[in-house]
Ligand binder design. Structure first.
Ligand SMILES: NC(=O)c1ccc[n+]([C@@H]2O[C@H](COP(=O)([O-])OP(=O)(O)OC[C@H]3O[C@@H](n4cnc5c(N)ncnc54)[C@H](O)[C@@H]3O)[C@@H](O)[C@H]2O)c1
Length: 112
């Protein structure tokens, strides 16, 4: 089974990416540390969306990880060896201190 690693998986776009690829038969690995709640308070909390994915996607694996932690991200990539990667976090921290060490890479339907 092909694997995709989605960062910002509990967010608006990331969660939809997870659902889309799950429907296409991929195994989903999500990375999110609920950073949104750190910056925006309880109203920014995305745990509910994490739980939604855990309940609706068979085999969904959540990784509680700060993507600014480069070594942990590299270790996770080595462990999972995903065929596809999607990076979608957004927060003040990720804006002023870009952790985007990984390319955004979502193939178009014709490329899959
Ligand atoms: N929402 C839109 O309409 C829209 C449109 C165009 C582009 N985008 C882009 O898509 C990306 C995602 O947007 P969104 O609306 O899904 O954002 P969002 O805030 O809903 O989701 C971002 C998720 O990333 C997580 N996150 C933030 N920093 C993290 C970190 N350091 N480590 C781990 N997880 C972290 C947050 O907890 C959150 O769950 C952004 O880059 C945004 O600019 C969004």
């Amino acid at each position: 089974m092909k694997k995709i690693l989605v960062t910002g998986s509990s967010g608006l776009i990331g969660s939809e990416v997870c659902l889309y690829f799950a429907a296409e038969g991929w195994q989903i690995h999500g990375v999110d540390n609920n950073q949104r709640a750190v910056f925006f308070g309880p109203k920014g909390d995305t745990r509910w969306n994490q739980h939604r994915l855990e309940n609706s996607i068979k085999g969904f694996v959540h990784h509680e990880l700060d993507i600014r932690d480069r070594q942990s991200v590299l270790d996770l990539l080595k462990e999972i060896k995903p065929q596809q990667l999607s990076t979608l976090p957004r927060s003040p921290a990720t804006i002023w201190r870009p952790p985007f060490l990984l390319p955004i890479s979502i193939p178009t339907p014709s490329e899959r």
